[in-house]
Ligand binder design. Structure first.
Ligand SMILES: NC(=O)c1ccc[n+]([C@@H]2O[C@H](COP(=O)([O-])OP(=O)(O)OC[C@H]3O[C@@H](n4cnc5c(N)ncnc54)[C@H](OP(=O)(O)O)[C@@H]3O)[C@@H](O)[C@H]2O)c1
Length: 250
């Protein structure tokens, strides 16, 4: 009997697939049999992800997800999909005192408006098949924890977490499921950028807040995504799966 976690026969779109968590999700779901549509801006890095995928039927589109008309063009070219993972995201670390409207808008546009618009576009154009699964990569930040300087990021991520539950209700009758994965610190390019401003001593101290030790790997999030995209989670909607090495229970 086929494992309920197997994704054979499912076409799944992943944003942020040119790097970090999105790339790892693309690779791991392809390993489980999914045909993957990769979305990101950087063509070279999208091709690197494409070349790393097992199996067949994969494709990519280089597009800025905040560009509504280009996103609509991509949606028009899509086949019917059975899953959508929103991993594209940016992090601006700016305290309130100097936070500009432009910075707030940029973070919100990428981390909140774009995934909502992309989801709506896929559903309204009938590119989202019945019994699809939508997964938003949010963060422990915003919904579960707070860090100074993360206002724009936390606001957008917690908004996405909240709206996902509303969509879960609105589309339950069509069995389109909506869930979020809320990671703690994961070792990706975004993390590498962030730690440039933090002393080694402070990183050591921060890691001590994680009961399971160290920060997470992208594959830890990818394995959670496999579950939420697969039929193993067919009765799970409107929930948030925290993947944080125990940070939020400490
Ligand atoms: N790393 C962590 O510790 C952590 C923790 C919690 C949550 N998260 C969340 O996990 C997600 C992935 O983060 P990551 O650490 O893997 O970051 P990353 O390595 O910096 O990757 C970010 C991805 O987002 C894409 N992206 C950003 N803006 C885009 C835009 N306007 N249009 C299209 N693609 C865009 C990038 O594509 P291009 O480079 O091709 O533009 C890249 O593929 C993010 O939503 C992040 O907030 C990360």
């Amino acid at each position: 009997m086929q494992s309920p976690f197997n994704l054979t026969g499912k076409k799944i779109m992943v944003t942020g697939a040119s790097s970090g968590i999105g790339r790892s999700i693309a690779c791991e779901i392809a390993r489980q049999g999914a045909a993957v549509v990769l979305i990101g801006r950087n063509t070279e890095r999208l091709e690197q992800t494409l070349n790393a995928l097992e199996g067949e039927g994969h494709s990519y589109f280089a597009v800025d997800i905040t560009d509504e008309s280009k996103v609509n063009e991509v949606i028009g070219m899509l086949p019917v999909i059975h899953g959508l993972v929103h991993a594209a995201g940016i992090l601006n670390i700016v305290p309130l005192k100097i936070l500009t409207q432009q910075q707030l808008q940029q973070t919100t546009a990428t981390n909140y408006f774009a995934p909502v618009q992309l989801t709506r576009g896929c559903i309204n154009s009938k590119k989202m098949g019945a019994r699809s699964s939508v997964v938003f990569i949010t963060s422990v930040n915003g919904t579960y924890t707070a860090v100074k300087g993360f206002a724009a990021y936390a606001g957008a991520k917690s908004a996405l977490n909240a709206i996902s539950k509303v969509f879960a209700l609105e589309y339950a009758s069509r069995h389109i499921r909506f869930n979020t994965i809320a990671p703690g610190m994961i070792k990706t390019e975004m993390y590498e950028e962030m730690i440039k401003t933090v002393s080694e001593e402070n990183i050591k101290l921060d890691k001590q807040k994680y009961p399971l030790g160290d920060y997470g790997d992208p594959v830890d999030v990818a394995n959670a995504a496999i579950y939420l995209l697969s039929d193993a989670s067919k009765w799970v909607t409107g929930t948030s799966l925290v993947v944080d090495g125990g940070l939020t229970i400490n």
